[in-house]
Write a protein that binds this ligand. Structure first.
Ligand SMILES: O=C(O)c1ccccc1NCC(=O)[C@H](O)[C@H](O)COP(=O)(O)O
Length: 215
């Protein structure tokens, strides 16, 4: 019997949608703290959402190249995870992990075999790796763009490395992604929205149902 895939619904901004994700069986929810994101949540709102999630679902705050004061401010709110989704180096990931005292997920942009070759160095310093599509040149943010990447690139990865898969996942392709790539977990944002930043209850439910039914 294989372990169930971890499901993360990213970019939750409201208590209503947090409840929807929990009721539908999400394992983890992501809260964006990045001004340029259409899913940005203020520090004040993060505090309430993290408290509401506690004990029901793992919470993950997504930051992009944060400075030490931002890390300290977010860590003080007690999320289960901080996700680093910027150009942080392995050394910086290690320092943030020591400073924050919470588990660290490092997002890695994948667009080529060279990008895949960089994963090992980050796997040594992060608690979990998230593989996402490399954003196109000129994109205004490094994630949450609904872009997928060539999953066959991941055949070069160390097969013993547990990783989360993201980038362009939807209710329609998540089961195929799980069967093909065999990730430890899956992460979605745009694929459960009707417009950037507008999550949809039925799409969240369908995503989780279809991910759970993948064999
Ligand atoms: O969602 C954002 O707006 C975002 C902005 C800046 C950095 C990361 C961001 N999202 C991080 C995520 O974990 C997304 O779930 C992941 O990139 C996949 O997004 P999508 O392809 O839209 O499902």
């Amino acid at each position: 019997m294989t372990d169930p895939v971890i499901i993360k619904i990213c970019g939750i901004k409201s208590y209503d949608l947090l409840d929807v994700a929990i009721a539908a069986g999400a394992d983890m929810v992501g809260f964006m703290h990045f001004q340029r994101s259409p899913r940005h949540v203020s520090i004040e709102d993060l505090a309430g959402l993290i408290s509401a999630a506690r004990g029901q679902v793992q919470s993950c705050v997504v930051l992009v190249n944060p400075d030490n004061s931002c890390v300290a401010e977010v860590a003080a709110l007690g999320p289960d995870w901080i996700q680093l989704h910027g150009p942080e180096s392995p050394h910086r990931v290690e320092a943030i992990r020591a400073e924050a005292g919470v588990e660290i997920m490092k997002a890695m942009p994948i667009g080529s075999a060279e990008d895949v070759a960089h994963v090992a160095a980050f796997a040594e310093v992060a608690d979990r790796i998230l593989l996402d599509a490399k954003p196109p040149k000129g994109a205004d943010r490094p994630g949450g763009l609904g872009e997928s990447f060539d999953w066959s690139l991941l055949e070069a990865l160390d097969p013993s490395l547990p990783f989360m898969l993201s980038g362009g996942l939807t209710p329609d392709n998540v089961a195929q992604a799980i069967r093909t790539v065999k990730p430890f977990g899956v992460d979605v944002s745009s694929g459960v929205e009707t417009a950037p930043g507008v999550k949809d209850k039925r799409l969240i439910e369908a995503f989780i149902r279809n991910a759970r039914s993948a064999v």
